[in-house]
Design a protein around this ligand. Structure first.
Ligand code: DQA
Length: 146
């Protein structure tokens, strides 16, 4: 059954609810995780929710996902704009990948307007707040049904 997904979160997302609320809203990381687990259950998906502030750890998580998960939802946070290593690891994962950003990165500073992963993922969601995670889970379920 194609129903296992991992939601991978990059640096500083553990501080959601505390950091820059004007960009990222007031929902805490733990609450976001709880909301994602609830939605996944409703949709009969098994999810893992991961976060790291360390680039190499994220690369390891992505590599390990090849044999464990059917899809990846990733908010690579600041590494979106800098990490060729994360891009290369994602490129080896030959199953659906959804890129996610809470804020609209195209409306922000110029250095955020470039994503190094957009052209290798299946699709993306940005600028819809933490609701984007729920939308990504719904989209991933549809992708996995195909
Ligand atoms: C982010 C946008 C990034 O530019 C930023 O570094 C983040 C979060 C978002 O979810 O909007 O940490 O990925």
């Amino acid at each position: 059954m194609n129903n296992k997904i991992i939601i991978i979160n990059g640096p500083n997302l553990n501080l959601l609810g505390e950091r820059e609320q004007s960009q990222y809203g007031s929902v805490s990381f733990d609450k976001l995780k709880e909301n994602c687990l609830k939605k996944s259950k409703e949709l009969n998906l098994v999810i893992e929710f991961a976060q790291s502030n360390v680039e190499g750890e994220l690369v390891n998580i992505i590599q390990d996902s090849r044999n464990k998960f059917d899809g990846i939802i990733i908010n690579a946070a600041a590494f979106t704009h800098t990490s060729i290593a994360i891009r290369d690891a994602l490129d080896v994962f030959k199953k659906p990948i959804i890129e996610l950003h809470i804020s609209n990165i195209y409306k922000r500073e110029e250095f955020r307007q470039k994503s190094l992963i957009s052209d290798i993922v299946t699709g993306g969601i940005f600028g819809l707040g933490t609701d984007g995670y729920i939308l990504a889970i719904i989209s991933m379920q549809k992708l996995l049904k195909k």
